[in-house]
Design a protein around this ligand. Structure first.
Ligand code: SF4
Length: 338
């Protein structure tokens, strides 16, 4: 039986109420109530995580699937999740697990030690906290990442970035890389799509970069919602001005699902137009996701366009990096390389 554990970030309030300090929703919960993420419950004035170790997914993926393209390409990564999420994305592709409490989906109990042992058994070098929103199993993630580091494994966060600064800082102590899904260019669309706010996510990007965690970004391009080139140009310029030109940007093709079945799949030309906008703004590494056979998955030298890492789907078929530099012109390429 996997225990409920005391939540790491909370503040007691009068009358056995408690406030969760983990994410910017700052849920204030009366006794017996569960937070918006469905994974934290007030029991007699103290907040407990109900997701600890209740993994509904555990398996080895290629790192390209996360996606991370500048972090040891081709590496296998043991990936895990519990149910629950801090967002209510209308387009969620994992809604059958993200919008449920941990005990409502099939799960198997693991300790951090068992997860690390499994990674060593599988012969992989790293762990990924992914699929739903890892913030909802923060305590388990933190302990597992700490132990992983002791054993020489890397830890990777795949997240919506909706987490308060203090818990994020603690997590940065044991994280090696992250991909943050930035879901819209402006606050109004962000709120409508996710139920959250944009600024805390931008704060997360800044903190991860400042703390030396290797960072990549994903944006799902949804027709009519997150494909406006003028908004994109302003947003990308803002990010470049903030120092994110070297951060790989993954523009991902939308397919209709969950509550957004009335939209069409993103036309490939829309994705390519946005990639052009991002490159014009100054992003050096822009990728096209969910879109094969158009060359949008390859890593090229930002100076001479020499092919550095060739991909087809999740498969790396060409690797020409030399000590973190382009072998053709010698320019350094941002990332963590073999
Ligand atoms: S982590 Fe969950 S309980 Fe805590 S503030 Fe966020 S949504 Fe609310």
């Amino acid at each position: 039986m996997t225990p409920e554990v005391l939540a790491a970030w909370q503040e007691a309030l009068p009358n056995q109420r408690v406030q969760c300090l983990l994410c910017p929703h700052h849920c204030m919960l009366p006794d017996g109530r569960t937070g918006l993420c469905k994974t934290r419950i007030n029991r007699s004035g103290r907040l407990f995580s109900t997701s600890y170790g209740k993994l509904c997914a555990l398996g080895v993926d290629p790192i390209e699937k996360k996606p991370l393209y500048h972090f040891f390409p081709g590496m296998g990564i043991l990936s895990m999740a519990t149910a629950g999420c801090t967002f209510r994305c209308v387009n969620c592709q994992n809604w059958t697990i993200s919008q449920q409490p941990p005990e409502a989906v099939p799960w198997k109990g693991y300790t951090p030690e068992e997860v690390v042992e499994r990674a060593l058994f599988e012969g992989v070098d790293s762990l990924a906290f992914t699929y739903t929103e890892p913030t909802v199993f923060y305590e388990f993630m933190l302990e597992t990442a700490r132990l992983a580091r002791e054993k020489g494994l890397k830890s990777v966060l795949i997240s919506n970035g909706y987490i308060n600064q203090a818990p994020l800082e603690a997590l940065c102590d044991v994280l090696d890389a992250a991909n943050i899904d930035v879901k819209a260019f402006d606050e109004t669309t962000y709120r409508m799509l996710t139920g959250g706010h944009l600024q805390p996510v931008l704060d997360t990007l800044r903190t991860l970069k400042d703390r030396g965690v290797w960072l990549e970004m994903t944006q799902l391009v949804i027709p009519g919602l997150s494909d406006d080139t003028d908004k994109a140009a302003a947003f990308y310029k803002q990010l470049v001005d903030l120092g994110f030109a070297d951060t790989p940007l993954h523009l991902s093709r939308f397919f209709p699902q969950y509550r957004l079945t009335n939209k069409q799949a993103t036309p490939p030309e829309t994705l390519e137009a946005l990639a052009h906008v991002a490159e014009e703004a100054g992003f050096k590494y822009v990728y096209l996701g969910n879109l094969q056979d158009r060359g949008g998955e390859d890593t090229r030298c930002p100076a001479c366009r020499h092919l550095l890492v060739g991909r087809r789907g999740y498969l790396v078929h060409t690797y020409r990096m030399k000590d973190g530099h382009c072998p053709n012109c010698g320019v350094p390429v941002a990332g963590r390389w073999y």
